[in-house]
Design a protein around this ligand. Structure first.
Ligand code: GLU
Length: 587
């Protein structure tokens, strides 16, 4: 997988010139009463339709997610998992929903080890039945609707059902990612393909000569329409039991590479867990995010808490600001890798990790030069004894942000983990299986035998980086909704979007278009500007200034998919990520 990642990074780097032409970013979109931002225009349209009918943010999210599963199948869908952070205007409560995939009851800690005890290569685990966790998305949609919906549940599926039947043009992103994976196949023959190894997905995404169907190809998915009709009329039960569940189980167990062990009982037992948000104060606001099993809320919260005592200056790409942000990233990732896992299995010192005194002590480690690899701290309440894990997740996620006329706000990040999940499309059902269980640490213990917090255990949910986030103003009203795909880089993308809005006073669109930079406790990564998508800047000059402070700098692609909404006097401003082709809707 390392060489795969390297090849991908290289391909991205070569395709992009070092400096973009001068350009003026488009202004942020405005709306008076309601807004939705998603990573795909058709999903935004479905969500905006629900809002226009008097629907809530929850209604819009259901309609948009049903559409994302059709038009962005490489990123999210019914076969995947999600996290949502939700503000209910009536009760003024903020809560989170954990719809993360769950390991089957039969899973053991050696799941991703080869017979010789070494971790399986990532691709072998990814493209197999072993990586498939119990999906959470269908139950989450139902939970969100029960909690905050106003429109009739069956109606919310109408746009996606209509599109699945009438057809839609295959997107550039779906084409590009399918072409990438098909190109990695050692042979195209049935039984020899590494990617798109099952017939159903192969026929759906590829031409018989093993090339990816071109962007713009009209695609129909009547099988998906049929699944949505079942969900519309029978609720999530139509997914977790009966014929659909049987097909999901069979698709995982009959995997053409390595059979999985998912059972009907695993599906039947799946629950969405409502958990308290993790919140931190930042410059007079309260930033609330998704707690464990995601590391997103804690890591974003730690970064902001660490930066609270510093003045970031006036330039979002100034060497001083980038240096401080990188140091905060190092410290947050050190703790994340050590402590965060499913809180139903591991005591995560979440409160201690955001304790202001702890963060103030950690912030003292930040000096004028790069600190190098940060060791984890010992937050109050840490029981210790865990080994660090450096599992890095990769692409395959969507994010949507929504606010409605009633004052509700919702941030939803939703994922099949890698591109096209585990690559298997459930025959006759029109959606892909996830490979989210590869977000567990493959090695259950370190060399000294200390257990890794994020090791595989039966019924456990793998650690995530997803960071759907809501920010509240002094009077408790939601001010910002943000989130992004991007694997572990999500943490930096989201923290940067907040700093760009709060510290640098940028509007959501401008905040998104500032080139990314971050440090995941390794190199300091700088984004190569993307013409037409990011603000031009002198990346080499910034790299030199950082190198002078001791940073090891790496320039590369930073494929975020941010969706940001900001409440302003008399309405909302919205920004969608041009790196991903997202869109803002509402009125
Ligand atoms: N599986 C990753 C996570 O849960 C997300 C992957 C992505 O964003 O592409 O953190």
């Amino acid at each position: 997988m390392k060489s795969l990642r390297f090849a991908l990074a290289l391909a991205g780097a070569l395709a992009l010139p070092a400096l973009a032409a001068a350009q003026t970013p488009p202004p942020a979109a405005r709306a008076r009463s309601e807004m939705i931002v998603t990573t795909h225009p058709l999903a935004t349209e479905a969500g905006a339709w629900a809002l226009r009918l008097g629907g809530t943010a929850a209604d819009a999210a259901v309609a948009a997610q049903a559409m994302l599963g059709l038009v962005e199948p490489q990123s999210s869908g019914l076969g995947g998992g999600a996290f949502a952070v939700y503000h209910d205007a009536r009760t003024r409560a903020v809560t989170t929903f954990d719809a993360r995939e769950k390991a089957p009851a039969a899973a053991t800690e050696g799941r991703f080890l080869a017979p010789d005890g070494r971790p399986l290569p990532f691709v072998a685990a990814w493209q197999s039945g072993l990586s498939v966790g119990v999906p959470g998305v269908p139950r989450l949609l139902e939970t969100l609707h029960r909690r905050g919906g106003r429109l009739p549940w069956p109606a919310l599926f109408a746009p996606a059902i209509a599109r699945a039947l009438a057809g839609f043009p295959l997107s550039e992103a779906t084409h590009r990612e399918a072409a990438w994976l098909l190109g990695l196949n050692p042979s195209c023959a049935d039984g020899a393909r590494l990617f798109f190894r099952d017939q159903t997905a192969f026929a759906y995404f590829a031409a018989p000569d093993c090339t990816a169907k071109p962007a713009g190809t009209p695609i129909r998915n009547p099988a998906y329409a049929d699944t949505l009709v079942r969900l519309a009329w029978q609720g999530a039960a139509a997914f977790y039991g009966g014929a659909v569940a049987e097909d999901v189980v069979a698709a995982a167990r009959d995997d053409p590479a390595i059979p999985g062990d998912l059972t009907l009982a695993d599906l039947g037992a799946y629950r969405v867990i409502e958990r308290a948000p993790v919140c931190v104060g930042y410059r007079g606001r309260t930033v609330c995010g998704m707690g464990p099993p995601s590391s997103g809320g804690l890591a974003v919260g730690q970064m902001l808490g660490l930066l609270e005592g510093f003045d970031l200056g006036a330039d979002p790409l100034g060497a001083g600001a980038v240096h401080l942000f990188a140091q905060a990233g190092r410290l947050a990732f050190a703790d994340r890798d050590r402590y965060v896992a499913d809180p139903d299995f591991v005591a995560v010192p979440a409160r201690g990790m955001l304790d202001p005194a702890y963060l103030a002590a950690r912030a003292k480690l930040i000096g004028p030069d790069d600190m190098g690899a940060a060791p984890p701290g010992t937050p109050p309440g840490a029981s210790g004894g865990f080994a660090s894990d450096s599992r890095a997740e990769n692409g395959g996620t969507s994010h949507l942000s929504a606010v409605d006329r009633y004052g509700n706000a919702l941030a939803l990040t939703t994922s099949v983990e890698s591109s096209f999940g585990n690559g298997v499309m459930v025959p006759g059902r029109g959606f892909l299986l996830n490979n989210q269980l590869t977000d567990f640490s493959f090695a259950p213990r370190d060399e000294a035998g200390a257990p890794v917090a994020n090791r595989v255990e039966p019924g456990k949910r793998p650690r995530s980086s997803m960071a759907p986030t809501l920010v509240f103003g002094a009077r408790g009203r939601p001010e910002i909704v943000t989130g992004s795909p991007g694997g572990p880089r999500i943490i930096g993308y989201v923290a940067q979007s907040l700093v760009n809005l709060i510290d640098f006073g940028l509007d959501p669109q401008a905040a998104i278009e500032i080139p990314h930079h971050q440090n995941r406790n390794g190199r300091t990564e700088l984004e190569i500007p993307v013409p037409g998508a990011t603000r031009p800047y002198d990346a080499d000059a910034l790299a030199q200034a950082l190198t002078a402070r001791g940073h090891a700098v790496e320039l590369g692609a930073q494929p975020s998919g941010l969706g940001v909404i900001q409440a302003i006097e008399g309405g909302f401003l919205g920004g969608a990520d041009p790196r991903r082709g997202g869109a803002v809707g509402g009125r």
